[in-house]
Design a protein around this ligand. Structure first.
Ligand code: SF4
Length: 191
């Protein structure tokens, strides 16, 4: 019974966020998928800024994502760059114009207003943990990647030289540790 209520709540929240997102997108002449792609590229790390990773994150067809990428490129919001070490790999880079439009169109005010209404900050933390675990369970059930924040990954390691990715064996910077990654491996939080 509790599980059904939780999913009902998530569905209602998603509908509210999507409705706000559609309004904001219409004001800047974009569709929700365009904003979601820009938002992803503003948050993903160097291992995850490819058209393939974007397609996995959005859960859409390659054709839809390819059209989205072309439109955003044409508008000057993103650009494609070939990987210097592997000519077959293409990276997508968010350009300053894309970042500007993203800030205008993000439904962030909705979250800020809602957070301000919630007086007890400890409650917010327990909700974050509950929603993180619910998302992890949904992704596991759907067999999709977690795309979590690097510093919460199973492979994220603190060494004497700084942060290290245990999977790629490459050093990570502080900003890297805050980005999302297609290789992220979830560690479930416990309440
Ligand atoms: S530690 Fe995990 S999330 Fe971070 S770069 Fe490595 S695989 Fe990706």
């Amino acid at each position: 019974m509790e599980t059904v209520d939780l999913f009902d709540l998530i569905e209602r929240m998603s509908a509210l966020i999507r409705s706000e997102e559609r309004k904001k997108c219409a004001a800047v002449g974009l569709q929700a998928v365009h904003l979601q792609a820009l938002n992803y590229l503003s948050r993903c790390n160097k291992y995850s800024d490819t058209p393939g990773a974007l397609t996995n994150y959005l859960g859409m067809t390659k054709g839809t994502v390819s059209q989205t990428v072309s439109l955003l490129e044409k508008k000057g919001y993103i650009k494609k760059a070939t990987d210097p070490n592997d000519g077959r790999v293409v990276h997508l880079e968010l350009l300053p114009e894309g970042r500007k439009i993203l800030e205008q169109a993000k439904p962030a005010e909705l979250f800020i207003k809602a957070a301000a209404m919630m007086e007890n900050k400890e409650d917010i933390l327990s909700y974050e943990i509950a929603f993180s675990n619910t998302l992890a369970a949904l992704q596991k059930a759907n067999r999709t990647q977690s795309f979590g924040v690097c510093k919460t990954c199973h492979y994220f390691t603190l060494t004497d030289d700084g942060f290290l990715c245990g999977l790629t064996k490459q050093l990570l910077s502080e900003p890297d540790s805050e980005q999302i990654c297609q290789e992220h491996t979830m560690v479930l939080w416990r309440l």
